[in-house]
Design a protein around this ligand. Sequence first.
Ligand code: PLP
Length: 428
Amino acid sequence: MPAYAELAHEALESTRDALTREYESFKAKGLALNMARGKPSRAQLDLSMPMLTCIVDVDDCTAEDGTDCRNYGVLDGIPEAKRLMAVMLDDDAEHVVVFGNSSLNIMYDTMARCWMFGTLGHMPWCKLDEVKWLCPCPGYDRHFGVTEAFGIKMIPVAMNEDGPDMDEVERLVAEDASIKGIWCVPKYSNPSGATYSDEVVRRLAGMPCAADDFRIFWDNAYGIHHLSDDATQQDQLLDIRRACDGAGNPDRCFKFASTSKVTFPGAGISAMAASSANIADMKAHMSPQIIGHDKLNQLRHVKFLHDGKGLAEHMAKHAAILRPKFELVDRKLSEGLSDIGGCTWSKPRGGYFVSFNAPAGCAKRIVELAKDAGVTMTGAGATWPYKQDPADSNIRIAPSLPPVEELDAALDVFVCCVKLAYAEKLLQ
Ligand code: PLP
């Protein structure tokens, strides 16, 4: 079959008619399938059940420094939880603060502190006429939700296979002091799965910025979420804090991570790493806010996951469940869409998403068609600030939640919707 763009008008019309019939037959099945959010599947959640049933008992609620984890206290986390989260953050325990159940919450609060109090003695951002933020796109919709909530003007920059377009980033931050930061998901990025190259990390750390208080929000949400336990099949990421240190910009980055997709989303532990000055500043602002986070949960996580080795063993079990799903996505898209032209998609080695680029002008229609046929996708445009994808092309596929059979069925519908929307577009 030649690419759709090369088909004669009549051939394209009969292709569209055949696809419409196929689409109607999917619709008649009354499906209810979901490839929208990056949630772990039930089988993945089951992996962590021992943490709830047999990890911490009544005689064993004491941290290694003698803290009774049942009681108030400890603003920044028990020592063993700091060590565990230091592994996830690729940092030293002394630079880590352990928080509650959500890293997104820490990112919001970190933004709020910069906004209300300024960072390290700089002018609070709320007092400035305008604050702008760089948003590598496609990116994570909830990041964009945070900056939007503060009225920060978001500037999209292209996300390449080795990270953001650094020529563009460097040009923008050098000339505009109102650009105060950048969102980064540096490893197995949401949604493209790309990992930043060493060069990109070094350039981010060292680039001259017009704003002295420029901040990199380094959300390493998928740092240990490989799809293979074979080290040669895993991406490596240079550490941003040490790179910032080396470049003479020690306070430039805030690093975030959580166990949401290691144990239980919404019931895990989250953490942040930053320079000693940033940590001291943050703790000073936190102390009126909270006495301490849930230390029993911190203890449970340490007793269940232990250390880097324990984390890796546990993540290999997740990978064994997730890998077939990512393989299925790639196989179905290749079989269904390689010939028609105009479509590309990522083949990540980790993380939770496949980034799909439809022919320009088709993404909204594809998501609408899929929804009407009972397959929920992430909204078209969600991967861009203000939900505005200028090419109306990018769709985030989240294969983790449905069981393989359901995913298989959902992908058949998706492929049909892509083909139908593309044929319709070419006939317009
Ligand atoms: N950061 C990224 C890049 C994510 O994809 C997600 C969830 O999908 C989160 C953060 C949410 O993390 P948490 O559950 O720790 O708030």
